[in-house]
Design a protein around this ligand. Sequence first.
Ligand code: BDR
Ligand code: CA
Length: 316
Amino acid sequence: MARKIIIDCDPGQDDAVALLLAFASPEELELLGITTVGGNVPLRLTHRNARMMCDIAGKQDVPVFAGCAEPLVRPLQTAEMIHGETGINGIDVFEPDTPLQDEHAVDYIIRTLMDADQDSITLVPTGPLTNIATAIDKQAAILPKIHRIVLMGGAMREGGNRTPSAEFNILVDPEAADIVLRCGRPITQLGLDVTHQVLSTRDRVDRIRALGNPVAEATADMLSFFDRYDTEKYTSKGAPLHDPCTVAWLLKPGLFDGKDCNVSVETQSELTLGHTAVDFWHVTDRPINVHWVYRVDADGFYDFLIERLARFGEDS
Ligand code: BDR
Ligand code: CA
């Protein structure tokens, strides 16, 4: 039976590819809805971008909701310098046919979980954790309904990508991350330690483009833009494809290695705000709250992504 998931995102080229990978995998994943949050770009663009992905993939029936525009207690920091002013620079933007639902994303999450069986829904956040934390805060009775939270965020060995200590998703809303990390439900966390291994090299982007279907072409176009920033910054051979690691972990966990440990987030310090303190060697007695993923078979990841993106050409 397909695993029921909600993707909570802030597209972002890499969030967009995470959505496409989920769309391509209906046997394993039942995507109940997409909730959006202010993050890489403001909320009005993240929900537009998510709906564009539904149009591009022919998945207009997946409901898309707009959630929190601002973090819990701080002003929003965005990342146009990485993603471009639209959030998905690399493809032309358009007003999608996929409608925006009237319901607020947080109310949708609460309603869906309250109506669900115990331990039945997997949440997949790929942006700041504001929507998820707000839902937990508003209705704690949703917690037993959550099977697992599989999130992109944080860093240990890699250090930060937005400050020396902090990864972007956690830095934008550290108070929300703190609520989620302490929520008591199983969490899988894919931070920069693993996502920086998954690089969109020229060769890999060319293989995606060569699939020749419109979804693969849109993916290649987005990744070609996304590539520019990180290649200059990290002198690596391509930009890390952060967010699709979450969906890939759900679909093919054997590609990844991880370890159960405690992860806590810094919410006070000016210097290290948003830092994820990962107790990898169990040097504290803090409780295990996270399966921390630290390694991936990157070639296997891209082979798998390419195999799934090829599916969009099969029924057209
Ligand atoms: C994360 O921040 C965003 O820029 C990406 O979409 C990803 O979710 C990486 O730090
Ligand atoms: Ca994201």
